[in-house]
Design a protein around this ligand. Structure first.
Ligand SMILES: Cc1cc2nc3c(=O)[nH]c(=O)nc-3n(C[C@H](O)[C@H](O)[C@H](O)COP(=O)(O)OP(=O)(O)OC[C@H]3O[C@@H](n4cnc5c(N)ncnc54)[C@H](O)[C@@H]3O)c2cc1C
Ligand code: FES
Ligand code: FES
Length: 478
């Protein structure tokens, strides 16, 4: 395994070659420290406020795709082989303001200015990718940026106007990026106590995991990044998965949708939303654009959180995982992966390779209950996958997040409903049976009784709607 200790990236058009002194260094720390570029701000240091937003470009065929990311929870090593644009790099060739900046000035989109570089960069990513400038698209693009003083009206107005200004000439960085992106060496960075590897294929990953079976795997870092910035954890060995192309794929066949563990929300949202619009809605409400541009489905599952949004939906859909380690692979149902709180069925040196979701004729309904619409973790998430024939429920899988120590199926409730017409009477019995399936806890997100009442209401909402539909079509009487 040939190794390199250098991280290479293009920053605002200039090639940077860095040998990190600290494996835990974030891109934000590098920018504001060594690079002395202090336009990018630190607000929360946990991916919530967007003050640190910058744009990272990655090659996709012959073009570069630009994505807004939170620099506060992005390790410097994660941008090896990428192009980075910070707020200092968006002005036109003559040093004039970029249309996004000019529009923010003209529409009074800034007061104290602390949040402004982050808003500029979120809008800039939207602009560079030629995304639509209607209010709804802009609200989604800016959901990960908080402003405490201006109010969002003028900022949205600036976003709607940004394409009306003369388009600036942009530097073509494709060939430079191609040179640095094709590095086949395994990145190996070490400081006094810790080390970080970025293997480029699964075989190298397996060798490293054989040697360091307790290493921390690092996917997008939207969970793991907070261990460093908030808990001040020091992780002795980090293995990054971002360069392993075999883990980053999305394929649809007649049997289902197969996704590598490193597929990010942004990569899978369209395909999943086309197959199951309700799944697309859950992804739309997972974090913000910045979080979805970095976070992976594999990371969401592997962290084993009882309130992760993907697991209940995937369990309801009957998803399977492929787990791998040197010399072996195995398949398990996702619902069997979660053993107990903080305990997943993952042996030493083993990792999540891929996720498979079977497709069929069953329909999916999902409901996420959280205190805020955007950028908030669920108190309860209910996912219902079912088929109806002759008015009866002929196929059913119900899973909830936030109701137990792990994401979990509601097997007792399923047993009540399966084979039945979802009448008011049956629904009343089914909602009561949720107490057999779950004893939720009280915490800062919701009380135990709120959780139970929400879960019951979601069940009722799903099947009352189907009952109304069935009644309308006459199928309920069939
Ligand atoms: C501001 C903010 C908002 C968020 N909002 C939501 C939300 O609405 N809903 C939600 O569910 N989550 C949310 N999250 C949490 C997080 O974004 C997701 O859980 C995300 O999917 C994690 O993926 P990642 O690639 O960033 O994982 P990482 O942080 O890289 O890793 C997470 C864990 O999984 C392990 N891991 C990663 N990949 C593998 C693998 N292939 N095999 C084995 N282990 C692996 C890591 O070692 C680590 O323990 C939010 C996070 C932030 C910062
Ligand atoms: S500093 Fe708040 S998201 Fe990064
Ligand atoms: S302008 Fe002050 S926080 Fe947005």
């Amino acid at each position: 395994m040939s190794r390199s200790a250098h991280i290479q990236f293009i920053l605002n058009g200039q090639l940077h070659q860095v040998e990190p002194v600290d494996t835990h260094q974030t891109l934000l720390q590098y920018l504001r420290g060594q690079a002395a570029l202090r336009g990018t701000k630190e607000g929360c240091a946990e991916g919530d406020c967007g003050a640190c937003t910058l744009v990272v470009g990655e090659l996709s065929g012959n073009k570069i795709v630009y994505r807004a990311l939170n620099a506060c929870i992005l390790l410097l090593a994660q941008i090896d082989g990428c192009e980075v644009i910070s707020v200092e790099g968006v002005q036109d060739k003559d040093g004039g303001l970029h249309p996004v900046q000019q529009a923010l000035v003209d529409f009074h989109g800034s007061q104290c200015g602390f949040c402004t570089p982050g808003f500029v960069m979120s809008l800039y990513a939207h602009y560079r990718n030629g995304r639509p400038a209607d209010r709804e698209s802009l609200k989604t693009a800016l959901a990960g940026n908080l402003c405490r003083c201006t109010g969002y009206g003028p900022i949205l107005a600036a976003g709607q106007a940004m394409y009306n200004y003369q388009q600036p000439e942009v530097m073509d960085t494709v060939s430079l990026l191609r040179e640095i992106a094709n590095n086949e060496l395994v990145l190996h960075v070490a400081d006094d106590d810790n080390q970080l590897f970025a293997p480029t294929n699964e075989s190298e990953l397996q060798q490293l995991l054989q040697q360091y079976p307790t290493a921390t795997l690092w996917a997008g870092g939207t969970d793991a990044g907070l261990w460093i910035t908030k808990r001040l954890a020091r992780l002795p060995t980090i293995i990054m998965l971002g360069k392993i192309a075999e883990l980053n794929f999305v394929r649809q066949t007649s049997a289902g949708i197969h996704m590598g563990a490193m597929a990010r929300y942004v990569d899978v949202c369209d395909i999943l939303a086309t197959e199951w619009p309700a799944f697309g809605e859950v992804i739309r409400r997972t974090g913000s654009v910045q979080v979805r541009n970095a976070g992976t489905l594999g990371g969401n599952i592997a962290n084993g959180s009882p309130i992760g949004d993907m697991a209940p939906v995937l369990i309801a859909l009957g998803a399977k995982l492929t787990l791998a380690k040197q010399g072996s692979t195995r398949e398990i149902l996702l619902e069997d992966f979660f053993v107990a709180y903080g305990q997943q069925d993952l042996g030493p040196g083993e990792y999540v390779r891929s996720i498979f979701i079977p497709t069929g004729s069953a329909q999916l309904a999902t409901w996420k209950i959280s205190k805020r619409f955007d950028q908030d973790i669920s108190a309860v998430l209910g996912a219902f996958c079912f088929s109806l024939a002759g008015g009866r429920i002929t196929e059913l899988r119900i899973a909830y997040g936030g109701m137990a120590a792990t994401p979990k199926r509601a097997l007792a409730t399923e047993a009540v409903l399966l084979g039945q017409v979802p009448s008011e009477e049956i629904l009343a019995t089914a909602t009561l049976s949720l107490a057999e399936d779950f004893t939720p806890i009280s915490d800062m997100r919701a009380s135990s009784s709120y959780r139970m009442q929400s879960a019951q209401a979601l069940l009722r909402k799903t099947f009352s709607a189907s009952h109304v539909y069935l009644a309308k079509t006459g199928a309920a009487d069939a």
